[in-house]
Ligand binder design. Structure first.
Ligand SMILES: C[S@@+](CC[C@H](N)C(=O)[O-])C[C@H]1O[C@@H](n2cnc3c(N)ncnc32)[C@H](O)[C@@H]1O
Length: 268
């Protein structure tokens, strides 16, 4: 067996905290499931690579789609199985590496990618395989969580990313939605709609800057999962100084607008 490409990121510790940090509020989950099911068509068969704990797959099943999810991490899949009762409908799970997908061509009405492509070195090949798995007329959806860049949380995230790129000689900015859409266009699969990304749901949370800084420091926040200890220490020093200079109180909760956004492309 080849060595797993997964590192500590999706082990038992991350699987346990993933939903606590990333889960959508129930009404947002429901809305996201409804919007995505409306795009694919109720009863449609959807593949979700890197399905994780089923944060998006379970509401999609609840909204009437059949979902097949694939993930390499048994810990993430187990966390999903614990709440499988949320999905009264049809759900299939496969433990496999996304670099070697065991599916036939033209079998799915939809493919849904959420926070996964940037984790795969050869994401362009994965996109090729995913497009091949779609039936003609099937839809590829790229979804992601969006945080208002003007909020304190958005500002801390931007400063975090800037610091990582400046302080590290090896870590580069991960590819983003624009790179994926561009690669798909080269395969003749183009986005639908006038806007590059559409909003499935918007909601507000409140959090204090100190809480977010602690989540990054303790690696409960996904941003810091992969940073070596020494680099994380130096990044935190910069972030703490940045936050002190920006806000008079770091313990005062502030509102943060969040969205779940997506772009969609249909296979001809
Ligand atoms: C950030 S999580 C996203 C989970 C889910 N899509 C969501 O948005 O909540 C990324 C998932 O991709 C999985 N993953 C990463 N690399 C993988 C690979 N090479 N093969 C299969 N799964 C992989 C991880 O185990 C993890 O569950």
């Amino acid at each position: 067996m080849t060595e797993s490409p997964l590192d500590f990121r999706f082990d038992d510790r991350v699987a346990k905290t993933y939903d606590a940090v990333r889960a959508h509020p129930p009404e947002v989950s429901e809305r996201v499931g409804e919007v995505l099911a409306g795009i694919v068509g109720r009863g449609g068969r959807v593949f979700e690579p890197g399905v994780g704990t089923g944060r998006i797959a379970l509401p999609l099943v609840a909204a009437g789609c059949e979902v097949v999810g694939a993930d390499l991490s048994m810990d993430m899949l187990s966390a999903m199985l614990e709440q499988r009762s949320r999905a009264a409908g049809r759900l299939g799970l496969v433990q496999c590496d996304l670099n070697a997908l065991p599916f036939r061509s033209a079998v799915f009405d939809g493919v849904l990618c959420v926070h996964v492509l940037h984790l795969i070195d050869d994401w362009a090949s994965l996109l090729n395989s995913l497009v091949a798995m779609l039936k003609p007329g099937g839809v590829l959806i790229l979804g992601r969580d969006w945080i208002d860049p003007a909020s304190f949380a958005g500002m801390i995230r931007n400063e975090f990313r800037r610091s990582v790129v400046e302080l590290s000689t090896t870590i580069e900015s991960p590819p983003g939605a624009r790179a994926f859409v561009h690669a798909l266009a080269e395969q003749g699969v183009h986005p639908e709609g006038d806007e590059p990304e559409q909003v499935a749901a918007e909601w507000e949370t409140t959090l204090a800057p100190a809480q977010l800084l602690d989540q990054i420091r303790t690696r409960d926040d996904a941003e810091s999962w992969v940073l070596p200890d020494e680099l994380l220490g130096r990044v935190m020093e910069r972030l703490d100084n940045f936050a002190k200079a920006e806000w008079s109180s770091l313990t005062e909760p502030q509102a943060v607008t969040r969205r779940f956004v997506y772009s969609m492309m249909r296979k001809k």
